[in-house]
Design a protein around this ligand. Sequence first.
Ligand code: KIV
Ligand code: ZN
Length: 388
Amino acid sequence: MMEQVRIFDTTLRDGEQAPGFSMNEDAKLRVARALAALKVDVIEAGFAAASPGDARAIARIAEQVEGPVICSLARTTEADIRAAGAALANAPRKRIHVFLGTSPIHREAKLGLTPAEVLEKIRTSVALAREYADDVEFSAEDAIRTERDFLVEALSVAAASGAMTLNVPDTVGYTTPDEIYELFRHLVAHVDRPREAVFSAHCHDDLGMAVANSLAAVRGGARQVECAVNGIGERAGNCALEDVVMALKTRADVFGVSTGIDTTRLLAASRTLAQATNSPPPRNKSIVGANAFAHESGIHQHGILKNRETYEIMKPEDIGLATHGIVLGKHSGRHALVARAKALGFALEGEALDRAFAAFKEVADEVGIVDTARLMAILAGSGREGRQ
Ligand code: KIV
Ligand code: ZN
């Protein structure tokens, strides 16, 4: 049995707090249901103290969405923790996620706190959160730019106060895979964890390394990854859920861990979110983009028609995509045209094939992608002798 990595989804909190991705209560509920169908371990449903609407959305998700642990974010203030506790009151399984900046720049420029005051706030806020939920997570905001010894101390205090998940955010997307791997190794070896708290990675994508960094953190000992569908989130976004999940599945030989995710629901979750936020992922987005399993060029199509593994490392059906993946355009070749024509009931060969292929290239030059209706018109005009 492979060890499991928990998937903590923050689409509805870190994802939703970025410009352009805001959702109303009903939309958040729809996305939460898609996340539950995906079987994520934890849904961070929002930040209860942020607005009455967010608190209501968390409460509705807590009452109506079955399966995952439902979580609310909270600062280390009493008011935030009480708001999170109240919003989560009816959740069968709940988590309060308390965070506080630990790096010098956060301590000095933002919070105006000494290191000792930071430790004291961690101690009291985690203990207060434990009054509302057995399951408490602590995040050392800007952990990556925190002095190593102080980070070890801060996480040890959180664990001693009752936090069962110790999250290590790369808040500004600054780290690299080698660096974060080494950091997790160090934390696993040095943080005092009386009840075997789980280490968690939370990576942002400012330098385009959020997924690679999360995977490196897993290799270093993280057993929870925080991520968002379609990689939405602050600035350049969070680690994309679909990417990290499919990387762990496809390269289990490298990572040696599994997740509990039903990957056949990945595309549905991506589409539900795209609809809720009116923001589809880019065509070339890994896993869920429109081009992720599409093949237009003739050489690739020829290979795919013979054996999909020539140009595909994952099966489209594994992410919930039912398609042949062949797109007919000006780069396509005869093999693809013959195969699609056959699927439509036309046996193309000899002169009929030459005529159809020439007509197809003309149309493709004009319109780009040749859809089924246009293809049918071409095939019908290429001579009845071709009809099966
Ligand atoms: O990026 C970050 O540091 C966060 C924390 C609140 C976990 O989102
Ligand atoms: Zn974040």
